[in-house]
Design a protein around this ligand. Structure first.
Ligand SMILES: [Zn+2]
Length: 90
């Protein structure tokens, strides 16, 4: 199995860690509703992007609510036209 050839010194660790910091995101302002918006993305509040409305936010919100409240219907036991060999019969 591979082993580290040399001990990593504290300065080596710190030099490597100097690149770990996350870059700060630059939010801009929505042209329509003045809400903070990430660059190259439609506004989440009003759906505005590059001079026009591209997202129907009312419909998007309704779909999100529907998705979050949706329940999966229970799967009914299916009929078989064959027998299972190792299945125990009740
Ligand atoms: Zn907006």
């Amino acid at each position: 199995m591979g082993l580290p050839g040399h001990r990593r010194t504290s300065s080596h660790k710190r030099r490597r860690a100097s690149h770990f910091a996350l870059a700060k995101t630059s939010a801009t302002e929505c042209q329509k509703c003045k809400a903070p918006v990430l660059p190259h993305r439609a506004c989440k509040i009003c759906g505005f992007y590059r001079g026009r409305t591209v997202v129907d936010t009312a419909r998007a919100a309704a779909r999100l609510v529907k998705r979050l409240t949706a329940k999966k219907p229970p799967v009914p036991p299916q009929e078989h036209d064959h027998e299972h060999k190792n299945e125990k019969k009740a």
